[in-house]
Design a protein around this ligand. Structure first.
Ligand code: TRP
Length: 330
């Protein structure tokens, strides 16, 4: 059985775009792979310097994944910060990472670019955690020998950098000490549209929260932007944000049936939104209930994370020992 590993950035309560684009496809993998998920809390430190916020975002994201179906009996879930070997491996990998490789990382280049545009010093706001981000990410991955790393397309380059770094380590010592992983694209992840038709993203303020109560969910769905076609006019389902979302929550038959109503005319946007709300509410209600239950019992979340790290640490320890032997620090 192949193993898959992915890191989850603590971002607070997730929205429908996070669910459809990342959580759902990553959890789907647990049917065919041995899966390991971890919360990348030290990655979050690069941007979040508020202890209370970091603490609560970490808990919320763990609760979110558990509520959406992550089964801790079948998959590993742990906090990055609980695995000290990650940071030792990151130190090892530093010695095999050319600075030029880091210069080419998209996230860093984007910072340089925005500084340039704002007439600021190129290094403004760039801390070393941000600059060396791909090295820590490589350590997260290479420590556990996964075959697959499911990520959004924005993380592809980082996974490729992990492969580059592993290859140069293996070449230097003429070993296969580090396994070369493969990035796996989340299909359709880029196409989840928000309320205004742009990609659903917190920074656009166009999200539908994943765990909103039914009332708030309905209110949010009613804000989806549509064109000005009247009730009687036939409507094109393929150019409609409501329909695009509906497809993710309805069965084939339901999708077909709604399509027929679109094309026939006589159905207003309010009706379509009501249909979408009913489907989404049906699918999301169990998630929401589970999430609220978990958040009301945070000791349990901590316990799951602790048990996960207790299982992950021996694997990490074995790997780091092997690597120490290879490099002569044993
Ligand atoms: N950088 C990833 C993100 O922003 C999170 C992450 C950290 C990750 N370490 C990882 C993903 C290792 C995959 C593997 O989403």
């Amino acid at each position: 059985m192949k193993t898959a590993l992915t890191g989850i950035k603590p971002t607070g309560t997730p929205h429908i775009g996070n669910y459809l684009g990342a959580i759902k496809p990553a959890l789907e993998l647990s049917k065919s792979c041995e899966t390991r998920y971890f919360i990348a809390d030290y990655h979050a430190l690069n941007t979040c310097k508020d202890a209370e916020e970091l603490r609560s975002m970490t808990l919320e994201i763990a609760a979110a994944w558990l509520a959406c179906g992550l089964d801790p009996e079948k998959s590993l879930i742990y906090r990055q910060s609980s695995i000290p070997q990650t940071f030792e491996l990151a130190t090892i990998l530093m010695a095999f990472t050319p600075k030029g490789l880091m210069n080419r990382a998209h996230a860093y280049k984007a910072m340089l670019q925005s500084n340039h545009e704002a007439n600021r010093d190129p290094d403004d706001g760039v801390n070393m955690g941000l600059f060396t981000y791909p090295i820590l990410m490589a350590a997260d991955i290479l420590l556990f020998d996964p075959d697959l790393v499911p990520v959004g397309s924005d993380q592809f380059q980082h996974v490729e950098m992990a492969v580059d770094i592993a290859q140069s380590f293996n070449y230097v010592y003429q070993t296969e000490g580090l396994k070369l992983p493969k990035a796996l694209a989340h299909e359709g992840a880029e196409t989840v549209v928000g309320l205004d038709g742009r990609k659903m993203s917190k920074s656009y303020g166009n999200v539908i929260p994943l765990f909103a109560g039914s009332k708030q969910l309905r209110k949010t769905i009613m804000k989806i932007v549509t064109n000005s076609q009247g009730i009687e006019e036939p409507k094109n389902p393929d150019e409609c944000n409501i329909f695009a979302l509906y497809k993710n929550f309805a069965t084939e038959e339901q999708i077909e049936a709604l399509k027929v109503r679109y094309l026939a005319g006589g159905m207003g946007w309010g009706h379509a939104k009501q249909e979408l709300f009913e489907r989404m509410d049906e699918v999301l209600t169990p998630f929401r209930e589970r999430y609220n239950e978990l958040m009301a019992n945070q000791d349990y979340i901590h316990q799951i994370l602790r048990e996960g790290s207790e299982k992950a640490i021996p694997l990490a320890e074995k790997k780091i020992k092997e690597l120490r032997r290879i490099i002569g620090i044993d």
